[in-house]
Design a protein around this ligand. Structure first.
Ligand code: CP
Length: 346
């Protein structure tokens, strides 16, 4: 890997103060301080999985900064090989080493979404084990071979742009969030979803110095090594990290409730087993009654959301729901990331 290139793969590759810098830069941009700092620069976007918000917010972010984004049509592109030293006499047509090298000659940065559980199918797809998926092979290979920065638009493990957008939303709404209670609660969803978003959302709340509680049913614990990293970041930022297996208990007295579903790590590669367990958890839904236990908490969700499944419409459309601001803030957060990663400001 080219050591001098600063990729944006995870908030953990940046210090809490660097994350704080990006949040403040995004706030400044949102308040009107936007320059055409990326005039003449191009972002190449590769979506291996569906997207609405990330796709459009990155394109508009580049436009606002004077540059342009190219959404590469992956389905019409060649199939990529990721293995080392492979005799390519089967179905893969182009090695990522060549593809990343070529794209680096055209583009000033690349942005990749590769997250195996994000699909448009009505049911979950069978995936490999968590041990395999957590290698994040696709984006890691692009990071290895690209000669320009690579931005993570959601992998199997992290969704750092969602995390930064959420940090911006919390700061914008609460002012100084230090010491405020943030609850990330698992919610029922008919499919197994990636744990990238909750990982990055929780890291963001930890970086803000909040008192963070993760609520999930037994068996849906997040990856222990990432939990350890979250706990360390929380401590460094003057916050805390705690756990609960009850949504009701967790959200009592909270200032922010963020709902998110994810797949059970032990069931990766065994969807039929997870479905049986998951179908007993339909009561993990955020309702008006549950929100009444909070301290007038903001309600957050990264979207897309299954209405009346993950949260009721009463909650999603309530005055405390900030889901649209949260989606908008993806754009401002990404403008801060793009200017920093592509520009000459840092
Ligand atoms: N929250 C989010 O990443 O949305 P998309 O999947 O639509 O990009």
């Amino acid at each position: 890997m080219n050591k001098h290139i600063k990729h944006f793969y995870s908030a953990l590759d940046y210090s809490s103060s660097e994350i704080q810098y990006l949040v403040n830069l995004a706030l400044k941009m949102k308040s009107g301080s936007v320059k055409k700092s990326l005039a003449g620069k191009t972002l190449g976007m590769l979506f291996f999985n569906p997207s609405l918000r990330t796709r459009v917010s990155f394109a508009v972010a580049m436009l606002k900064l004077g540059g342009c984004a190219i959404d590469l049509p992956i389905k019409e592109s060649y199939t990529f090989e990721y293995g080392n030293g492979i005799v390519m006499d089967k179905s893969t047509i182009e090695h990522v080493k060549d593809a990343a090298g070529v794209l680096s000659r055209y583009c000033d940065a690349l942005a990749i979404r590769s997250s195996d559980l994000i699909t448009t199918s009505s049911d979950s797809v069978e995936v490999s084990s968590w041990e395999m998926l957590k290698k994040d092979t696709v984006i890691k290979k692009f990071m290895e071979y690209a000669t320009v920065p690579v931005i993570n638009m959601e992998s199997n493990v992290y969704h750092p742009c969602q995390g930064l957008g959420d940090a911006l939303t919390i700061k914008e709404k609460l002012g100084n969030p230090k010491g405020k209670k943030y609850v990330l609660t698992w919610a029922y969803h008919p499919k197994a979803l990636p744990m990238a978003t909750p990982n990055s959302q929780i890291l963001a709340a930890c970086d803000l110095g909040m008192d963070v509680v993760i609520a999930n049913p037994p068996g849906w614990e997040l990856e222990p090594s990432i939990i350890n990293a979250m706990a360390l970041r929380a401590k460094q930022s003057g916050g805390s990290l705690a756990f609960s297996d009850s949504m009701n208990e967790a959200i009592k007295g909270s200032d922010v409730v963020c709902a998110k579903s994810w797949g059970a790590l032990k069931c990766y590669g065994n969807w039929s087993e997870e479905k049986k367990l998951r179908d007993q958890l339909k009561h993990w839904i955020v309702t008006k009654e549950k929100m009444s236990l909070t301290h007038h908490a903001l309600f957050m969700h990264c979207l897309p959301v299954r209405r009346n499944v993950e949260a009721t419409e009463e909650v999603l459309d309530s005055k405390n729901s900030v889901i649209l601001d949260e989606a908008e803030n993806r754009m401002w957060a990404q403008m801060a990331i793009l200017e920093t990663v592509l520009g000459e400001t840092v």
